[in-house]
Design a protein around this ligand. Structure first.
Ligand SMILES: [Zn+2]
Length: 318
């Protein structure tokens, strides 16, 4: 048997067929009609699923269930998109709308939670029961899986670790708070600080790699410069990984997960990043790197994690 995962985005909607082992065997992508209501989106998704089945030579009887990963505040129990700012959805019963279109069981989760569940089911989280993903991108996204279940809290929005405050009175966040973790550990925050560092050290490789235009600064440039021993870049990454480590230590104190997996573009720096991070996390927890009980790893599935996780939602214990 197969299942289908749908990654609903503000720009594109990607659907994929996933086999029992969590492998993505076919996928297609369409533009999301952002102005559609829940019924309209469900109709579009049902059409996309039909196309996907036709393109892969499977029929609906080969599919046991469909899962949706949606942005925004989700109430998984009610199958409802409570609010999604990029979409025209407000207390929208998307799960039941799609289920009645398809005649198949449908599951709904927040997109970051679905991606975490994908890594948990078929990626870097396979070996664990309690596992947290931290995605370092435009913001800091997260998914928390405890004893095999996505933790959502009683009200929608639980497990949004990026909006926990790490520096009281710090940088303003668009959530309305000051000093949120994502203002320090997102790729956006790294680029912001990298520009400041480069400006203060015009002789640095960090500056040179921007070719005279600090608008060209990326989250990758500091790592490229640091790998070549550039002092400005090394100091910047020392600052960056310090905040990242404080946030990770907080996550460990709250959940004591077996592993924390970093995702997003910055996680592609792999062991170079983790090697800077582990001693700082251990220091925060007052243990040695060797006795740190939570594994720090990087995500494996990239952009496919959301589709795979959505497809695997049927496996989650209720
Ligand atoms: Zn915030």
């Amino acid at each position: 048997m197969f299942s289908i995962g749908i990654d609903l985005g503000g720009t594109n909607t990607t659907a994929g067929i996933v086999d029992a082992a969590g492998r993505l065997v076919a996928q297609n992508r369409v533009k999301t009609n952002r102005l559609s209501d829940s019924q309209g989106l469900a109709r579009n998704m049902a059409d996309q699923v039909s196309d996907l089945l036709a393109q892969s030579g499977l029929s609906q009887s080969d599919i046991q269930s469909v899962g949706i990963g949606s942005p925004g505040l989700i109430d998984s129990r009610l199958g409802m998109v409570v609010k999604a700012s990029n979409l025209n959805l407000d207390h929208a019963p998307l799960r039941d709308n799609l289920a009645s279109q398809l005649g198949l069981p449908v599951y709904l989760a927040n997109d970051a939670d679905a991606a975490a569940y994908g890594e948990f089911s078929a990626g870097c989280g396979k070996l664990y029961d309690s596992f947290v993903t931290i995605t370092l991108g435009t913001g800091v996204g997260s998914g928390v899986i405890l004893d095999g279940k996505i933790m959502t809290g009683h009200f929608p929005g639980g497990g949004e670790l990026g909006h926990t405050v790490i520096q009281a009175g710090g940088y303003a966040c668009n959530c309305g708070r000051h000093g949120c973790w994502e203002e320090y550990s997102s790729a956006t925050a790294l680029v912001r600080e990298a520009r400041k560092s480069a400006l203060a050290r015009p002789g640095s490789l960090l500056y040179a790699l921007c070719q005279g235009n600090l608008e060209q600064m990326s989250a990758r440039i500091p790592f490229t410069a640091a790998r070549q021993g550039d002092d400005a870049a090394l100091r910047l990454l020392d600052w960056y990984t310090q905040y990242l480590a404080v946030g990770i230590a907080n996550v460990i104190w709250i959940f004591q997960p077996q592993a924390i997996a970093l995702g997003g573009g910055i996680s592609r720096e792999g062991e170079f990043l983790l090697d800077m991070l582990r001693p700082k996390v251990a220091y925060e927890l007052n243990v040695s790197v060797e006795t740190l009980s939570t594994d720090l790893v990087t995500c494996e599935l990239g952009n496919d994690a959301g589709i795979i996780g959505a497809a695997m939602l049927f496996k989650m214990p209720v």
